[in-house]
Design a binder for this molecule. Structure first.
Ligand code: FAD
Length: 206
């Protein structure tokens, strides 16, 4: 069969697309390489989604899924898309479960935050380790935080969150040649250290 739409990725974006295409009466399939829900699944608490004063990421993801199912979206979890072949009028979406032919592909594969590689980091995601200052800065408003900031946007975003909340955050800046990380590792023997690099302060706690 030929689908009208195949959506790759079952995070908030893919599920939103699914709700829209099903309500437009299109024949659609959503493919997700893991469990449906995307990154929000690993979020402990979400407080910035209008309509929910607070909700766990897992519960929110389940609500997204229920919403898409209500309109009859066909979903396949644990199916990773490995390629797309463009045949003009249709596209072939390739997976280990077989190929799916469709007139349109929506790619909603999200992003994966770059990991620092610190010990215990993965176990603490959503429980103190965060990759989104806008999402989670508020939760740590009265805490001392160590921020690793990379590109210009995350640096600006993180600094804005810190300034707004008048926290005494510590900032480790990863510059182009990764000297920020280098400085932190070098000084990690000390409980707290600081050094100045350009306009940023680097602090590391053991
Ligand atoms: C710890 C944490 C806390 C967060 N807290 C908040 C918060 O409080 N508030 C907030 O607004 N946002 C928060 N976010 C951000 C939010 O989760 C993301 O902005 C949102 O999930 C992005 O949605 P998305 O659908 O674009 O991408 P994703 O959620 O990344 O979904 C993309 C999906 O595509 C799938 N995929 C990728 N490649 C393939 C492939 N080849 N084949 C099949 N499937 C594939 C992935 O498995 C994934 O499920 C948080 C994120 C994290 C990690």
């Amino acid at each position: 069969m030929v689908y009208d739409v195949v959506i790759i990725g079952g995070g908030p974006a893919g599920l939103t697309a699914g709700i829209y295409v099903k309500r437009a009466m299109l024949n659609a399939l959503l493919l997700e390489k893991m469990g449906v829900g995307g990154q929000i699944i690993v979020t402990d608490l979400v407080e910035n989604f209008p309509g929910f004063l607070e909700i766990s990421g897992g519960d929110l993801a389940r609500k997204f899924e229920e919403h898409a199912l209500k309109f009859g979206l066909e979903m396949k979890g644990m199916v990773e898309v490995s390629g797309i072949e463009d045949r003009g009028a249709t596209k072939i979406v390739k997976t280990h479960e077989g190929d799916f032919e469709t007139k349109t592909v929506i790619i909603a594969t999200g992003t994966t935050p770059k990991k620092l590689g610190a010990k215990g980091e993965l176990n603490l995601i959503g429980r103190g380790v965060s990759y989104c200052a806008t999402c989670d800065g508020f939760f740590f408003r009265d805490k001392l935080c160590l921020g690793f900031r990379g590109g210009r946007n995350s640096r600006r975003e993180g600094s804005r969150e810190s300034d707004n909340q008048e926290r005494k955050d510590k900032c480790a800046l990863r510059n182009k040649n990764r000297r920020g990380f280098h400085i932190c590792r070098t000084y990690s023997q000390h409980r707290i250290c600081k050094c100045k690099k350009g306009r940023a302060w680097f602090y590391c706690s053991k």
